[in-house]
Design a protein around this ligand. Structure first.
Ligand SMILES: Nc1ncnc2c1ncn2[C@@H]1O[C@H](COP(=O)(O)OP(=O)(O)OP(=O)(O)O)[C@@H](O)[C@H]1O
Length: 467
């Protein structure tokens, strides 16, 4: 069996809505097969897999790739979305298994991983049994360095954003990171810095929205002794502190207009002075700015200088909200659960399916920060080994419960095989007949149905249920 393009398997899965067709095919294979969905959870394993790894089905089904200990190849392939061939330890025999791990795609969307395992010596996809060299499919693969590949997310758009940010690391141009609060702008800014030539220099952050406007100039550019009341000695600002490093100007949309002029000069002319000083200092820093604000509208309203806007957004990088990359919700929540469970030494090691569904249904206005903080709170407060819907705060679980399909409740009406509904009278006849049979008298049947015995008697006559 050649393991190459696996989109047809995934399409089969998508179209039929069940796994039974490929499950039956995979059951026939002597190789162990494991299918991981786009959220990183094990969706399917065949008999051979269970035998090879000496596992119980329930020990592996639904588990996250972050939880499947010992299979780094699978984790790596999942993170990098690359086809990989390698070996994993067969714990039961102490020998190695050859693993072929292939990403699955539907259109340009990553759908999961298909992995094959067999005892060494006969690699899938190669009739000669040689290990197939790792090959990248250039249309999909984005080679991210470890600073970026460790940022969690499988959404294709998000991956492209990371790839763009990584490219930006190779130059010194100003980057403008845009995205809602908590989407990971600072994380990306740090990854750019760490991947750049400036990595040995400082990364300095200033939150332009958190500093009172009258102190902002001194925070950015420093001040001389006596520059203003309370300036008892010279103090250097962020531009001096950062030197040749990266200056991260967070919440740049909150910068007051008069400071925008001064910042523009520092960026354009690469010069600045400390407040109250005459010495002209050189700005050598690389600037990364970030905002959750709509700067175009602010420019139109005269609240943000157009020249500064264009100066900042030499390389614009737009980070999608968590809502726009829903497939990452489970991935991130499992990642945080794993990480925090270890850090907090919590007994909780998993979450029930309903918690996952509730998370996926929620709109996450606070994005990844909200998810991260929520997971910590839930882990601290929960008892037992599994997070349940009862552990989820009501503002999240209620949305999920409201969205639950009504059809989930057992229906009182049985439709015909063709899906047709019967007439009112046919239902009425059936109900009355059933009640008389069950309760034995008009009186008892009437009581059960909440009508009088006279009504039951009249209906019985109407439908010729009695002589
Ligand atoms: N893809 C990710 N993987 C793992 N953790 C993430 C990811 N994105 C964000 N986080 C975490 O979420 C939190 C918020 O991220 P960050 O501070 O970078 O967001 P931000 O967009 O800069 O927010 P703000 O606009 O409010 O400053 C951080 O703890 C960060 O580590």
């Amino acid at each position: 069996m050649t393991v190459g393009k696996v989109t047809h398997i995934q399409r089969l899965h998508m179209e039929t809505g069940d796994h039974s067709t490929y499950q039956r095919l995979f059951q026939l294979l002597p190789e162990g097969v494991c299918v991981v969905n786009g959220s990183g959870r094990v969706d399917y394993v065949n008999e051979a897999f269970i035998t090879l790894f000496q596992l119980e089905v329930q020990q592996i089904m639904g588990k996250s790739v972050f939880q499947v200990a010992g299979d780094e190849l699978m984790l790596e392939a999942f993170k990098k979305k690359k086809r990989m061939v390698g070996t994993v330890l067969d714990k039961t025999r102490g020998t190695r298994l050859t693993a072929t791990v292939v990403p699955m795609w539907e259109a340009d969307s990553f759908c999961g991983i298909l992995a094959f395992y067999q005892r060494e010596g006969n690699t899938l996809g190669s009739p000669t049994g040689e290990v197939v060299p790792l090959k990248q499919d250039p249309s999909w693969e984005i080679e991210l360095n470890p600073h970026f590949s460790t940022i969690i997310g499988n959404n294709q758009r998000f991956k492209r954003v990371l790839a763009k940010a990584q490219k930006a690391a190779g130059v010194s141009s100003t980057v403008l990171l845009r995205g809602e609060s908590g989407t990971g702008k600072e994380l990306v800014a740090k990854a750019i810095h760490r991947s750049s030539e400036r990595k040995g220099e400082p990364f300095v952050k200033i939150n332009c929205g958190a500093i009172p406007p009258n102190l902002l100039e001194s925070e950015l550019f420093g001040h001389e002794q006596g520059a203003f009341t309370g300036a008892l000695r010279r103090r250097i600002g962020k531009f001096e502190e950062v030197g040749k490093g990266t200056l991260f100007l967070d919440e740049i949309g909150d910068l007051p207009l008069e400071m925008q002029v001064k910042l523009l000069r520092a960026l354009q002319e690469k010069e600045f002075e400390r407040v109250g000083g005459n010495e002209v200092l050189t700005c050598e820093a690389r600037i990364i700015a970030a905002t959750h604000r709509d700067l175009e509208t602010m420019v139109a309203q005269g609240l943000f200088r157009e020249d500064l806007f264009y100066r900042l957004q030499v390389i614009p990088v737009e980070i999608p909200s968590l809502r726009e990359r829903r497939e990452d919700i489970l991935l991130l929540s499992t990642y945080f659960l794993e990480r925090m469970s270890r850090q907090l030494e919590s007994t909780v090691t998993s979450m029930e399916k309903e918690v996952q569904d509730a998370f996926e249904a929620y709109h996450w206005p606070g994005n990844i920060r909200e998810l991260e903080n929520l997971m910590e709170r839930m882990l601290v407060l929960a008892e037992g080994e599994q997070l349940t819907l009862a552990d989820v705060p009501p503002h999240i679980s209620e949305i999920y419960e409201l969205q639950m399909p009504v059809a989930a409740a057992p229906s009182l009406i049985n439709l015909t095989a063709a899906g047709q509904i019967a007439t009112w009278e046919e239902y009425e006849k059936h109900i009355v007949q059933q009640a008389i049979r069950t309760f034995g008298s008009f009186n008892a049947a009437g009581k059960a149905l909440g009508v009088t015995h006279k009504t039951i008697a009249a209906k019985a006559r109407k439908y010729r249920l009695v002589e």
